[in-house]
Design a protein around this ligand. Structure first.
Ligand SMILES: [Mn+2]
Length: 409
């Protein structure tokens, strides 16, 4: 059982003081299952009676940070869950009145600002990608505050499904609590552990519940999907919500068929190191996660060249539900790699797709994140060709550097 770090206890005391001092709350959360479960747990911890305005974001756009804090009142606390840590500097710069609580597990920036309480496993010497999901951090925070959320520990187990392998570190705290309340059963075999969750009566492994929640929330992003997903966390999958889930699955299937149709008839556009396509406004009314899911599926198709990075673009609906409109015409880009290229990246013969994409987006005023084999970013629509050119150039540059290094090491 993981010990609770002293620094975390100190930060929770600071958070408690903020939560008690402010009577208006804006809760900003991510749109995947971890973000949804974090939001549901935060609502329970803050008190369902409290006035809470909720904003679900697919990405924490700089413009969104500006909008959120330009409207913040002096009696208002903005709580970020499952996002915010990588952007605390921007949050601090935009913060004018009121305070902020960030509870996240993504790689944090560090900022010295009394108005911001920042809770993140990485700040306590733990790992955000394995020791704690955001929902675990939210659960532990409110548990330490003395809030009665034991009965909802299972939500943190569902949120933790994004962490690969067995639940370890701080994730074991909600896991053990959920076992005590009988909402989760752990099955241990020689090779793995499985967690069966009693999700308001529906008994399924935690990753299945997690994927249902993500589909509802992200495919349904512009259709109040996040609201339904949080409602499901608090009340279960009612018939109404299950119908919505079926509709979203059907919608995704239709859109994917249409997108494959476009690619089959038009082919992929090829450059030295990339193969790319743009579905235009086809995914305009579903969440931007859709292009990532679609591009992932494309990796195994015969139309794909096994040596080139795959880049999928979609036009993004600039309206953020509950917040406002982003000022520019933006594209979401998802980068994936075919299996053979993945081997080359693993062997260090080709550069990590995230490394290339982070640099390439910067050159056109956008931003990106990700890891060796998958990444995503946002750029302005007018820069798509330039971005692909930059991508090619940066791959060459990184390969060249590696080429030279070979002789010296
Ligand atoms: Mn997360």
């Amino acid at each position: 059982m993981s010990k609770i770090p002293d620094k975390l206890k100190e930060d929770v005391l600071k958070a408690k003081e903020k939560v008690e001092r402010y009577n208006e709350i804006t809760l900003v959360h991510h749109d995947d299952a971890d973000g949804i479960c974090s939001a549901a747990l935060a609502m329970l911890g803050l008190g369902l009676g409290k006035k809470i305005r909720r904003i679900c974001l697919e990405k924490l756009f700089p413009e969104a940070i500006r909008l959120i804090h330009s409207r913040q009142k002096s009696n208002e606390l903005v709580v970020y869950v499952d996002l915010g840590s990588p952007h605390v500097k921007a949050i601090s710069e935009n913060l004018r009145e009121g305070s902020v609580l960030v509870i996240d597990h993504h790689d944090p920036e560090i900022v010295d600002d009394e108005r911001i309480v920042h809770i993140n496993p990485e700040l306590y010497g733990l790992k955000g990608e394995s020791d704690a999901s955001a929902s675990t951090m939210v659960y532990v925070t409110f548990k330490l505050m003395g809030k009665n959320i034991l009965e909802h520990a299972f939500l943190a187990v569902v949120g933790s499904a994004e962490i690969p392998g067995s639940l370890r570190g701080l994730n074991e705290i909600p896991l053990n609590d959920a076992e005590i309340t009988g909402r989760v059963r752990r099955y241990v075999s020689r090779t793995s552990e499985k967690y069966y969750v009693d999700f308001h009566g529906l008994r399924k492994p935690h990753y299945i519940i997690s994927s249902i929640i993500t589909t509802i929330s992200s495919i349904g992003y512009y259709k109040e999907g996040p609201k339904y997903a949080i409602k499901a966390c608090l009340e279960g999958f009612t018939k109404e919500i299950m119908n919505f889930y079926e509709e979203m699955k059907e919608l995704r299937k239709e859109l994917f068929e249409k997108a494959f149709g476009i690619i089959r008839s038009e082919g992929l556009r090829k450059t030295k190191h990339t193969q790319w396509f743009n579905v235009g406004k086809l995914f305009y009314d579903v969440g931007v996660k859709t292009i990532g899911l679609f591009t992932s599926q494309l990796r195994y198709k015969s139309i794909v060249n096994s040596d080139k990075y795959i880049l999928g673009f979609m036009e993004m609906n600039p309206e953020i539900p509950g917040l406002g409109r982003l000022p520019k015409e933006l594209l979401k880009v998802s980068g994936r790699v075919p299996p053979l290229l993945e081997e080359k990246i693993r062997a260090g013969e080709m550069p990590s797709i995230a490394d290339v994409m982070i640099e390439a987006t910067k050159h056109v005023g956008g931003f990106a994140d990700g890891h060796m084999f998958a990444s995503s970013g946002i750029i302005e629509k007018r820069y798509v060709e330039k971005f692909v050119e930059e991508f090619d150039r940066i791959v060459d540059e990184k390969m060249g550097r590696k080429g030279i290094l070979k002789y010296f090491t």
